[in-house]
Design a protein around this ligand. Structure first.
Ligand code: PSV
Ligand code: MN
Ligand code: MN
Length: 397
């Protein structure tokens, strides 16, 4: 790739940040009170806007309902736009009410399933007001003991609910179906892996796509292969980026897993250039989102670093010599193929990215500029330290 093509490709990258990454959060043991942490959705949007102002590639913020519920979404949308960002994916919450102890859409009691459905359909209405394309669905549904519930019946309840949501989506809207191996249920999770999510999506319609959260797999699962498969099937809808040392720890993306992140972007870029129209269109419409809750880190700086880690991985993937790689693959030259990838991965792209930022009028080192800007001191003064109550999973708002 020549310099111009690289720069154009860098212009196209987008990362959505999550509202819940800016508020107080914690582990199941303790929710920490972070000085200056955003106390409501308005402040979360301010923080997201700061991340975008410094990086230029994080122009939208995902909302979690009801954590971020407001009485007037048009007003919230205008507020976001006035700060230079848009409202992104809507994440319904059907896991925090007492009613959901045995599940939401898979619950054995039809009344509870209806309660969950009402919330999901409300969220579809919210999408229309916020101008969001994606409804991002994660369910805590599952069972803790063999025999606790009928696994096949639960599968059918999930299918029926997803279908109803699908059919209520507006034109151009999508539902992103997230899977997770375990937690909070530990015997069986109803949407336990990409195959289960994919099977539901296939059955319910074209607006349903699979969401890959990097923290939701067993150790050693090859996530980039899942990505390649779903791209090729036209069913990869989005990502929740984070790091994964142990399961769903939601640490900063690209810290423990930089090579995995690079390989994922390598697959996406390869699909973007595919001659297959479905694969290419799918790759171009992937929603890149971060799903992290920062428990011990300063929130805005943690999010900045996350976005920049994604940018670095993407830039390295852009440097892969595709012709050389293809030739090595065709020749069955295993080590040359591997070296071709590693040459790109080992390249220090920081000067390239600093140059790109300079050309866009962005700070060359967004973290350093953020640190020197006084933003953190200001929010600490203005917002104080909101008391965060309790612990318990998941504690994100
Ligand atoms: C829980 O595992 C989770 O981290 C899921 O990944 C969701 O996407 C997120 O919470 C927000 O609900
Ligand atoms: Mn997620
Ligand atoms: Mn998760």
């Amino acid at each position: 790739m020549n310099a111009d093509a690289l720069s154009t490709a860098l212009d196209q990258q987008r990362i959505e940040t999550p509202s819940w990454g800016y508020g107080n959060s914690g582990t199941r043991f303790k929710t920490f009170s972070a000085p200056g942490a955003a106390r409501d959705v308005w402040e979360k949007i301010e923080d997201a806007a700061e991340v975008h102002r410094l990086t230029g590639i994080a122009p939208s913020v995902a909302l979690h309902i009801p954590w971020d519920a407001v009485s007037n979404y048009a007003e919230l949308r205008r507020f976001a736009e006035s700060r230079g960002v848009t409202l992104g994916a809507i994440n319904p919450n059907v896991f925090q009410d007492d009613a959901y102890k045995l599940g939401s859409i898979a619950h054995p009691d039809e009344q509870v399933r209806e309660q969950a459905m009402t919330h999901l359909l409300d969220c579809v209405e919210i999408m229309k007001q916020t101008g969001s394309r994606d409804l991002s669905l994660w369910f805590a549904d599952g069972t803790n003991y063999a025999g606790q519930d009928d696994l096949r019946a639960r599968k059918r309840r999930v299918r029926q609910a997803l279908k109803r949501v699908h059919d209520a989506l507006p034109e151009g809207g999508r539902m992103l179906v997230e899977y997770k191996l375990f937690e909070p249920a530990f015997y069986a999770t109803d949407l336990f892996d990409w195959g289960a999510a994919y099977a539901h999506c296939l059955a319910i319609g074209d607006k349903a796509q699979v969401l890959v959260d990097l923290g939701h797999h067993a150790q050693s699962v090859n996530i980039e292969q899942i990505v390649a498969f779903l791209l090729d099937e036209g069913r990869l809808g989005g990502f929740h980026f984070n790091a994964r040392r142990y399961a769903d720890d939601d640490l900063i993306v690209g810290t423990t897993n930089p090579f995995e992140l690079f390989c994922i972007y390598a697959e996406l870029l390869s699909a973007e250039r595919s001659e297959d129209t479905l694969t290419q269109t799918t790759a171009h419409n992937v929603a890149y989102m971060i799903d992290q809750s920062h428990n011990i880190e300063p929130k805005v700086e943690a999010m900045l670093q996350s976005v920049l880690n994604c940018q670095e991985a993407y830039a390295k993937a852009l440097l892969i010599d595709r012709e050389r790689l293809h030739a090595a693959q065709q020749a069955g030259d295993v080590l040359e193929a591997q070296r071709t990838l590693m040459d790109a991965f080992r390249t220090d792209v920081r000067p390239l990215l600093a140059g790109w930022r300079r050309s866009k009028g962005l700070p060359e080192d967004p973290v350093a500029v953020h640190r020197a800007s006084g933003y953190q001191d200001k929010v600490r003064r203005d917002r104080g330290t909101a008391t965060a109550a309790g612990g318990g999973f998941p504690v994100k708002s």
